[in-house]
Design a protein around this ligand. Structure first.
Ligand code: F6P
Length: 544
């Protein structure tokens, strides 16, 4: 696999960017726009129906040229080719990274270990479609002969966040006479609240787990099984009608008692956080129907093709990824806010948190040496305009620099009077205010008393991207998610890290397994942790 030969900090483009940053770091966006009135048209890009305005970033033509040079020097082109070719670029797990194969059209060929994986992808999609049609038409019946009206996805991480986000994002297109819920947390409240008003005879559980070993998911799945059987007279045969599984682990699924005929397969070359287009999206397909699901895959594929083929200077994910590197590594930015002005995208920032942070929260490069630069920033956000009345104060006037992605649509899915114009006016107003701010002179000119002036000054110079699209459709959602996936890829390629493993989640899991029996045992356990952990466990045991 092609890895950048020269360490990041020694690449010529990196050194040039350091020198460039030293000169350019204090230049104000006011100045950049005043010097170049066409900037707002030039620093834009449009592809596959997504428009990106990146003119309100603290960059010049030189910055862009050097960032693009950095991409070349970092071997981004070779890394992209390696991913699409099916090379095992997830080196610590020795796996290919082929979420792009999940949305490859029939007839395309992507080979892993000598086998073309595209036919298998389509076979699973067909099986999902058939199942969805049977459930939604009512021909798939529950154990007592009632039709299924409720679907509960049990999963966590990538086996939950994608399905929840997509369900919320595409609710407008969903079958409204069915109820969809998602149980992820091992906190019993999550399960209890999800089922409290449901009839088990009408409820289908999808147990979604790549490994089929995850503590939270397996615990919730067993609880769901007990809940169903208790309500359905204890007949084990009921499981076949009320439980299906999505997994790579056939043995685990069988052991749980789910008939493998009711199992939807995916593969180890699909990372958990990249799995929403695999069978992990079964709840999404049940909600929006097979045609809409395939339209979403079509959107993903269009963005994949754009990422694979467009020159870097016209490549949306590459540009966004390079800007993220520019702020993280040169401005020392710690966080990025993603602010969708579309209520249906309310779970999009939460989804992006796993995508971005599990991928690029890494401290070593591919060869295991410690990075000498910052890697993935913290992603967070809330839908607009709600965030404006909470944390935007800090973005506008706080001491930290927080680049923001604003996402808006030309058309509303629920056009109600003046609502949409008001919503979009806020997108444009916020990015304008963040870039240009308000000077002391402007504040004074409004008749503000001198003592109040500093409080009312807006420094501006706060960078934003604005992403616009026609309206939120399944296809657009696919494009948007793929945009961020490939932006994450771009960042990881520059940093020369493995964006596809997640060893950082292991230690806590192992320690929890050790502590569970210490909390449950009747006899006083011999605790051998540090004094704080021993004390906390002892206190919990005494008071539970
Ligand atoms: O804890 C991290 C993680 O491994 C994620 O990467 C993954 O999406 C999630 O757990 C769930 O894993 P599984 O689908 O195997 O239950």
């Amino acid at each position: 696999m092609a890895a950048a030969a020269t360490p990041l900090l020694q690449r010529p483009a990196w050194k040039a960017l350091e020198a460039h940053y030293a000169k350019a770091k204090d230049t104000h966006l006011r100045q950049l726009f005043a010097d170049d009135p066409s900037r707002g048209q030039r620093f834009t890009d449009e592809a596959v129906g997504l428009f990106l305005d990146y003119s309100k970033n603290r960059i010049t033509e030189d910055t862009l040229r050097l960032l693009l040079q950095l991409a070349e020097e970092s071997g981004l082109r070779q890394r992209i080719d390696a991913m699409f070719r099916g090379d095992k670029i997830n080196i610590t797990e020795n796996r290919a990274v082929l979420h792009v194969a999940l949305r490859a059209p029939k007839g395309e060929k992507i080979v892993v270990d000598g086998e073309d994986v595209v036919p298998a992808v389509h076979a699973v999609l067909d099986k999902m479609s058939d199942f969805s049609n049977r459930v939604c038409s009512g021909s798939w019946k529950g154990h007592t002969g009632k039709r299924i009206c409720n679907v509960i996805n049990i999963g966590i991480g990538g086996s939950d966040l994608g399905p929840v986000m997509a369900y919320e994002a595409l609710k407008h297109y969903s079958q409204r006479d069915m109820t969809f819920r998602f149980v992820s947390n091992v906190d019993g409240t999550d399960f209890a609240e999800a089922v409290r008003d449901l009839d088990a005879a009408e409820t289908l559980f999808i147990v979604s787990s790549k490994t089929f070993t995850t503590l939270e998911t397996m615990t919730n799945a067993h609880t769901a099984r007990d809940w169903s059987l208790a309500a359905l007279g204890g007949d084990e045969k009921a499981v076949a009608k009320h439980f299906v599984a999505v997994s790579t682990n056939t043995e685990g699924v069988e052991k749980f008692g789910i008939d493998t005929a009711n199992m939807f397969e995916f593969w180890d070359w699909v990372g958990g956080r990249y799995s929403m287009d695999s069978a992990i999206g079964l709840s999404t397909m049940l909600a929006i129907g097979p045609d809409n699901f395939r339209a979403m895959l079509g959107g993903f594929h269009q963005m994949d093709e754009h990422f694979r083929t467009a020159p870097f200077e016209k490549n949306l994910p590459v540009l966004m990824g390079l800007l993220a590197v520019w702020y993280s590594d040169f401005f020392g930015v710690q966080t990025v806010a993603v602010l969708p002005y579309e209520q249906y995208l309310k779970r999009f920032p939460a989804y992006l948190q796993q995508l971005t942070m599990e991928s690029n929260g890494k401290h070593v490069t591919l060869d295991g040496s410690r990075v000498n630069n910052d890697t993935g920033p913290i992603y967070w956000g809330e839908p607009g305009t709600n965030g404006q009345h909470s944390f935007y104060q800090l973005i506008h006037q706080g001491t930290r620099l927080i680049p923001c992605d604003f996402i808006g649509f030309y058309k509303a899915l629920n056009p109600l009077g003046r609502h949409h114009d008001m919503l979009m006016a806020n997108v444009f107003a916020q990015t304008e205010a963040l870039a240009f701010g308000k000077t002391p002179e402007q504040v004074k000119a409004e008749g503000t008393p001198d003592w109040l002036v500093p409080h009312r000054v807006f420094g501006g110079n706060r960078p934003t991207n604005t992403i616009l699209a026609d309206k939120l459709t399944p296809e657009t959602l696919g494009k948007l998610v793929a945009l961020y996936e490939h932006s994450v890829f771009t960042q990881g390629a520059i940093w020369n890290i493995d964006s596809f493993d997640q060893w950082g989640v292991e230690l806590g899991k192992v320690l929890a397994q050790r502590i569970i029996p210490e909390l449950e045992s009747e006899e006083e356990p011999k605790l051998a942790h540090d004094s704080s952990t021993n004390n906390l466990i002892g206190r919990y045991r005494q008071n539970k």
